[in-house]
Unconditional design. Sequence first.
Length: 177
Amino acid sequence: MNITTFRQYYDSYYDQLYHFLTFYTKNSIIIEDVLQEIFLKLWENREKIEVKYIKTYLFHAAKNKVLNHLRDEQSRHYLLENWFNQQQYESKGKDCFDLELFILQLDKIVKQLPERCREIFLLSREEKLTYKQIADKLNLSVKTVEVQMGIALKRIRESLSSSTFLVLIAMGQIIHN
């Protein structure tokens, strides 16, 4: 694929893909990010990717990318909402939450994850890599990355919702590493 062909694909399908992704989210920033990522990946991998039906490839890539993004956002929102609900219950009328304490506890939990699980979680959350990018970087399957992320999120959720954590927050006795 040369630059002219790539530009033709971009011009031909960008608006169609944008409209298609509005069925999944109305957030134009997310849609534009997803489209930028799939076109960038197409260009960067132009030597390796053999695409017989470019339209099908682009629509599948866009759908998968936006669904992964929405799933990750939902997990992040779930963690924060759960933590805020716990803080509200424990604060009994106090006006603010100790976000710094939350971040320290989250960091402690992440450090306790198994090494590979932690590495995958941090690549996803800190470096903002997609599951595919993580799989390529670590020479793993995308399914392995998905499983490890599931393990990480489950352990974080369980740790943040444990009664021990709530008691420690209430007493202000979280041990910081």
